[in-house]
Ligand binder design. Sequence first.
Ligand code: R5P
Length: 319
Amino acid sequence: MIIFGGSNSSNLAEKVAKLKNHELGEIEVRQFPDSELYVRILSNVKDRECVVMQSTQNNDNLIELLIILDALMDLKAKKVTAVIPYLGYARQDKRFKSGEALSARTVLKLIRNSADRLITVNCHFLNEGGAFDVDDYFDVTSRFFEKNMKSDTFDDIHFDKKIKNNGKQELIVENIDAFPVVAKYFKSKFNENLVVIAPDKGALQHAKLAADVIGCEFDYLEKTRLSGDAVTIKTKSLNIKNQNVLILDDMISTGGTIAESAKIIRQCGAKTINVGCVHGVFSKGTEMFKGVVDEVVCTNTINRECSRVDVSGLIAGSL
Ligand code: R5P
């Protein structure tokens, strides 16, 4: 097996190659003057199993990944696995208004065209692993949403339809759960008076799992999303006075969810406020958390200053 790192995940690729004792592939990626990408695979990949690692939090990352995957197929690699620790566009998996693009499907179709297997981390709509029929899955969810426009019953319908073995449409998918390693980080930091809070009901299952790992209590807040970067969080009577609180979410994007949650938690008398997430997108930076929370930690699915939790062991375990 040979492991290639795209320019957004080269550190992670190096770590995984080391852990697995596999060759790190050589690749040249640069930009033409007009910003188009030039990609050249320098290692010999013919008849070899290849892995490409690249988080896709922006369009350039995605295009680079697709070009690398396609080049490997073209150079007659035996099997190509795309490891996308943070899979961008994953939140656009539902059609809430008619005419909306299912961008998550578009991205998965593109990946399916050039990869045999996809490994990702905490992608919210991929609860299970298996042979994933991209067209069938999204066809079912989009029809469902057009009819019902309700997301809270989503979980009831989609998974029975999702796993299907019908030939070349399928992509083998694995969705790694990094919440236990995030929980372990905070467990080693606080050995008592820790309580895990989910900022909304959607994150509750993760909070419960993390609380199990830590051996502490958990609860949740009530969030309503007003727009892409505005949320309201309803006060709930939380029993967190003088407790160390850990707010856990799968990702931080604009930071609005965490900032609003922290306000409520502070009002409830928490001793410290700590934030853990898997994907630190931080589209508005991390300045806004200064003086608002005590610590923000994410994993290295996206490489950030506060990436204090390493997922390379989890990824290596899946290869
Ligand atoms: C949404 O359901 C996710 O779990 C996160 O809560 C959300 O993406 C965070 O977004 P933001 O940081 O922009 O509030």
